[in-house]
Design a protein around this ligand. Sequence first.
Ligand SMILES: O=C(CO)[C@H](O)[C@H](O)COP(=O)(O)O
Length: 242
Amino acid sequence: MASTLVVAPSILSSDFARLAEEAARMKNVGADWLHVDCMDGHFVPNLTIGPPVVKSLRKHTDLFLDCHLMVTNPGQWIPGLASAGANGATFHLECFCSEPYDINDPSPYVELKPEEMEEAFALAKETKALGLKVGLALRPRTPLSAAKRLLDEGLMDMLLIMTVEPGFGGQSFKENVMDKVKQARKQYPGLMIQVDGGIAPKTVQKAVNAGANVLVAGSAIFGAPDAKEVVDCFRKAWVDKV
Ligand SMILES: O=C(CO)[C@H](O)[C@H](O)COP(=O)(O)O
């Protein structure tokens, strides 16, 4: 069983004009990692940051920089993120799928073709060879079974289960995703399982009880009058886990 709780504020909700101060503030309130939302305006309809900003941020914080790549071509960015001083890179399974993935389309997730799966394996190996922790992210309606081959191989250090559609902070937590978190925890007891999206004092206990041990939260932490109170509340949820 993953035995450590990690609280990872998502810098998407920080003041981008004051990233160094925001990183220091998060360290002071007890954050373990910084979750760095890298978006390319193509995989998701929002544009944020990449290697140059990570390089600047690295000079101002010793927190683990956990880069979540919401991008169409993660292989284009991971080497630059590694050189910039990132510690982890998580890419989406869906970015390897040649079928367009429309978030408004209710049809089931399209399984990766064998050659697309091979690309995902190759990128995971390349990421590890660069010295980074590697993670695999799943959008809310992508089933765990789609990631089985990659996870069973034991290559992945982390699984990020999105609890909102990626792209924006401040959305509502999708509680129905908790079944997937429970399945993942049962099948992969030692894996770091992240949840991301709508994690807040009123949802955190559900996520922890389901089996998440890496709590990514943006608006709930950065937007709180007292960010430490929120981090402490997350730690209490871990202690109270059932
Ligand atoms: O990946 C993300 C969005 O794609 C963010 O990490 C996530 O939305 C966190 O923000 P909030 O806690 O406000 O929902």
